[in-house]
Design a protein around this ligand. Structure first.
Ligand code: HEC
Ligand code: HEC
Length: 403
C-alpha cells in the first residue's frame, strides 16, 4: 500500500504553542473573569460556572444518558461479549459529557482551528465527507480516510485505526491531538503538557473535570477516558435494518433469525440481506462472516480484504452502520461509491500475505462471486438500510458549544 503511511511518521509543524495559547479566546477570558478555576477546586457538586454556561449549552443538572443506553433485544449477551470497554473506564454520564465537550472543542488543536468533529462529523455517521481530511493548518491532509465511529465499542479486540496500531479507544484519543497534520500538539509544540496548560487556563475545563472526576486535575489519562466514553456511547441500533430485524430476532432460532426475510424490506433490499448473510458456498457473498451482525463491526479474526496485490498490513474496518452516508471507502478512500466496493468483492480481490484467504481465497485463488447486476444493486440497497439517523441526529452527540 503506497499511500498509507502511519500518521506518526509525518514531520512536525512549525507553529509553536506559545503563540497559540495567547491567541486562545478561553485563555483571555480567564484573565478577565475571576473564579475560572485554577486547579484547586475539589467540589463534586453541580456547578453553575460562568465559563461553562458562557461557552456551552450544557445543563449539568439534567445530563444526557450515556451510561445506560436502552438497547433493542438483539443487542443481547452476544453483543455485550464484543464490548471493548475496559473495567477501569466504565461509562458515567458526567465523564461522557466532558468527552462531548472535548470532542467538539477546537481548542484541542494548536491554533483553535479544528476539533475531532471537523473530521468525524455527526451528520455523516462521524465520518468526513472528504476523501482525506484537512488538518489544523488548513493546507495539509491526512494520508488515510477518516473512520466512522458508530459501534466503535463493538470491535472486540479494541484496536483502533485502519492498521490497528492503537491498542484501545483510550490510547487512540490523544494521537490526533499530537499529530503533526491533524491537531498539531507535537512534541516540539509542547505536546500534551502544552494542551493541559491551555486547558487549565480555560474558563471551563477545571470545573468540568471536577464535575466529571471529583477534582479539577487535568491529565492525559482523564482526557483519553472522557473521549473514549463519549465515543463508546455512539451506539448504532436504530437503523431500518435494526427495526426490521427486531421483529424476527429469536435468540433460540437457527442463526438467531438472521436468515429470515425482513418485514418492510423491498424485494431488492431483502435479496441484498440474503447475499450479505449467506456464504459463497450457499449462493451468498459472505459479507457477514467479517462484518458481523447485528453491530456490523468487523470480526476479531478478519484479515485484509485483498485491495492490493502483495498487501502485508492487516486492516480493520469501522462498523458498516451508516456506511451509505460515507463518500469515500476503504483505508485510503479509494472507492467513491458502494457500487465500486461491491465490484471489488465481486471481481477484484487480490492475493497477498495479509489477505483473509479462508474467506476470500478458499482454494488459494481469489474468490470471484460472479454476481449479476441485480445482485450487486441488491447488496448496495441492503447497505443503505444500515443508515441510522438516530445516531446522526441525537442531540447528545451534537456540538455543545454556543455558536
Ligand atoms: C484532521 C482529521 C482528524 C481529526 C481532527 C481527528 N481524526 Fe480521528 N481519524 C482521522 C483519520 C484520517 C482516521 C484514520 C487514520 C488511520 O487509520 O491512520 C481517524 C481514526 C480515528 C479513530 C479510529 C476508529 C476505528 O474504528 O479504528 C478514532 C476512534 C478517532 N479517529 C477518534 C478521534 C478523536 C477522539 C479525535 C479528537 C481528539 C479525532 N479522531 C480527531 C481523522 C481525524
Ligand atoms: C475477510 C473479511 C471480509 C469480507 C468477507 C468482507 N469484508 Fe468488507 N472489509 C473488510 C476489511 C478488512 C475492510 C477494510 C479494508 C481496508 O480499508 O483496507 C472492509 C471494508 C469494507 C467496506 C468499506 C468500509 C469503509 O468504512 O470504508 C465496505 C462497504 C465493505 N467492506 C463491504 C463488504 C461487503 C458488501 C462484503 C461482501 C460482498 C464484504 N465487505 C466482505 C473485510 C471483509
Amino acid at each position: 500500500m503506497e499511500t498509507f503511511k502511519s500518521p506518526m511518521q509525518n514531520k512536525a509543524d512549525p507553529i509553536s504553542f506559545s503563540e497559540m495559547s495567547i491567541a486562545s479566546f478561553g485563555f483571555i477570558i480567564c484573565l478577565v473573569l475571576s473564579g475560572c478555576g485554577g486547579g484547586t477546586s475539589t467540589s463534586t457538586a453541580v456547578t453553575t460556572s460562568t465559563g461553562i454556561s458562557e461557552y456551552t449549552t450544557l445543563n449539568l443538572t439534567a445530563l444526557a444518558n450515556y451510561a445506560k443506553p436502552a438497547l433493542p433485544a438483539h443487542y443481547d449477551g452476544n453483543v455485550t461479549a464484543l464490548d471493548n470497554t475496559p473495567s477501569d473506564n466504565l461509562a458515567s454520564d458526567r465523564v461522557a459529557t466532558l468527552g462531548r465537550v472535548l470532542f467538539y472543542d477546537k481548542r484541542l488543536s494548536i491554533n483553535d482551528a479544528i476539533s475531532c468533529s471537523s473530521c468525524h462529523q455527526q451528520a455523516s455517521g462521524f465520518d468526513d465527507p472528504r476523501r482525506f481530511s484537512v488538518g489544523f493548518s488548513g493546507a495539509s491532509f491526512t494520508t488515510a480516510h477518516a473512520m466512522r465511529l458508530g459501534n466503535v465499542r463493538y470491535y472486540q479486540p479494541g484496536n483502533m485505526f485502519w492498521d490497528k496500531r492503537s491498542a484501545s479507544v483510550e490510547l487512540q484519543a490523544s494521537q490526533p491531538i499530537q499529530h503533526a497534520i491533524e491537531m498539531g500538539f507535537t512534541s516540539s509544540a509542547g505536546g500534551i503538557p502544552a494542551l493541559i496548560a491551555k486547558m487549565n487556563a480555560s474558563a471551563y475545563y477545571p470545573e468540568l473535570f471536577a464535575f466529571a472526576f471529583g477534582d479539577s486535575v487535568i491529565t492525559e489519562n482523564r482526557i483519553q477516558q472522557a473521549l473514549a466514553q463519549f465515543e463508546r456511547a455512539m451506539i448504532s441500533a436504530s437503523s431500518r435494518w435494526d427495526t426490521a430485524f427486531a421483529q424476527v430476532f429469536n435468540p433460540n432460532a437457527n442463526n438467531r433469525g438472521l436468515g429470515t426475510p425482513l418485514p418492510g424490506f423491498t424485494a431488492e433490499e431483502d435479496r441484498g440481506r440474503q447475499l450479505f448473510v449467506a456464504g459463497p458456498n450457499n449462493g451468498g457473498a459472505g459479507c457477514s462472516a467479517c462484518h458481523q451482525m447485528p453491530t456490523f463491526a468487523l470480526a476479531a479474526n478478519s484479515r485484509s480484504n485483498g485491495l492490493d496485490a502483495g498487501e502485508t498490513l492487516i486492516f480493520k474496518a469501522p462498523s458498516l452502520k451508516n456506511v451509505a452516508l460515507s463518500k469515500a471507502f476503504m483505508h485510503d478512500g479509494r472507492f467513491s461509491s458502494l457500487e465500486e466496493v461491491v465490484e471489488h468483492y465481486n471481481s477484484g480481490v487480490k492475493l497477498g500475505p495479509a489477505l483473509d484467504t479462508n474467506r476470500l481465497a478458499p482454494n488459494g485463488v481469489p474468490l470471484r462471486l460472479n454476481l449479476t447486476a441485480e445482485d450487486k444493486a441488491a447488496l448496495v440497497a441492503f447497505m443503505k438500510t444500515l443508515t441510522d439517523t438516530t445516531l446522526t441526529t441525537d442531540p447528545k452527540f451534537s456540538d455543545p458549544f454556543k455558536k
